[in-house]
Design a protein around this ligand. Structure first.
Ligand code: DGL
Length: 263
C-alpha cells in the first residue's frame, strides 16, 4: 500500500468523535479511516493534564502502529491538553479540535458568547490563551457540561436526565443574553436538536467539526497524501467497551466495521 492509501487515524475518549469522523467521511469519502474510541477511560474531561497526555500518547501509538498517515485528535479535551506534546514527540501531522469561540466572538451581536465544554478543556492553558486574546468587549460564559458525555456514552441522548441537565446549563446562558453558543466537546453535536429546542431559533449553536474536516483535506493536499485510489474505502472502528451505542450511531454507514479491542 502506498502512503496515500494509508488511513486517516482518528481518536477520541469515546464515541463523540464520530461527529468529526462523519464530517471527514463526507468531505473525503475516498479515504480509508481508522477510528479509536477509548470509552474505557472516558470521560477525559475530569482527568489531570498528565493523564490526558498519557492516554493521548497511547492512542497515537496505536494509530501509528496501524499505519495512520495523519492523526486527528477528535477530542477538544485531548487537543487542548496534549496536542503540543504529541506534535513535539511524533513525526506525523496532527489535526486537533478547539472550541470555536473566536469565530463566535466575531459574529455575536449581544457581545456575549456561551461555551459548553469539559472541565479539562475550560481549564487548559490553550483555552485560556485563546480567550485572553479576544476583544475585551466580548463576555464568555463558560459552563462545564458535567455528566453529558457519560449519558451519551450510555446511549441516553434522549432522556429526561439529559433534558434537565441541558436546561440547567443552557438557561443561564440565555438569561445572560448569549446569542452564540459554542459546543466545545465532540460529543455535543449529538445534542444539537435538543439544545436548539431550549434556545429557540435566534441563538446560533456552533461547533468546529466542518472546519476540522477542511483542515484535514488541506494538510493532506499540501503533503500530497490524498488517496487517489478508486477502491472502496475501509472504515474501521476500534472500541474498548460495548459496541451497541456506537453501532447505533453508525447505522447509516453500513460499510463501516466495528471491532472490540482490549486496549
Ligand atoms: N469528546 C471529548 C471532547 O471533545 C471528550 C469528552 C470527555 O471524555 O470528557 O472534549
Amino acid at each position: 500500500m502506498n502512503m496515500k492509501q494509508q488511513p486517516i487515524g482518528i481518536f477520541d475518549s469515546g464515541i463523540g468523535g464520530t461527529s468529526i469522523w462523519k464530517e471527514i467521511h463526507q468531505l473525503l469519502p475516498n479515504e480509508n479511516t481508522i477510528y479509536l474510541s477509548d470509552n474505557k477511560n472516558a470521560p477525559y474531561g475530569q482527568k489531570s493534564t498528565q493523564e490526558i497526555v498519557d492516554l493521548s500518547v497511547k492512542n497515537t501509538e496505536f494509530l501509528i502502529d496501524k499505519g495512520a498517515k495523519i492523526i486527528v485528535v477528535a477530542c477538544n479535551t485531548a487537543t487542548t491538553n496534549a496536542i503540543q506534546y504529541l506534535r513535539n514527540n511524533y513525526n506525523i501531522p496532527f489535526i486537533g479540535i478547539e472550541p470555536a469561540i473566536r469565530p463566535a466572538s466575531l459574529k455575536t451581536k449581544t457581545g456575549t458568547v456561551g461555551i459548553l465544554a469539559t472541565k479539562g478543556t475550560l481549564n487548559s492553558a490553550l483555552f485560556e490563551k485563546t480567550t485572553s486574546s479576544l476583544s475585551d468587549e466580548i463576555t464568555i460564559i463558560e459552563q462545564v457540561g458535567e455528566g453529558l458525555v457519560e449519558l451519551i456514552e450510555n446511549g441516553k441522548i434522549y432522556s429526561d436526565e439529559m433534558t434537565s441537565l441541558l436546561k440547567k446549563y443552557i438557561d443561564p446562558m440565555l438569561e445572560k443574553k448569549c446569542d452564540y453558543i459554542v459546543l466545545g466537546c465532540t460529543h455535543y453535536p449529538y445534542l444539537l436538536p435538543q439544545i436548539q429546542e431550549i434556545t429557540g431559533p435566534d441563538v446560533q449553536i456552533i461547533d468546529s467539526g466542518e472546519a476540522v474536516a477542511k483542515q484535514v483535506k488541506n494538510i493532506l493536499s499540501q503533503q500530497n497524501l490524498i488517496n487517489e485510489s478508486t477502491a472502496a474505502p475501509s472504515n474501521v472502528f476500534y472500541i474498548n467497551k460495548e459496541k451497541a451505542v456506537l453501532e447505533n450511531m453508525l447505522k447509516d454507514y453500513n460499510q463501516s466495521k466495528i471491532d472490540y479491542l482490549d486496549f
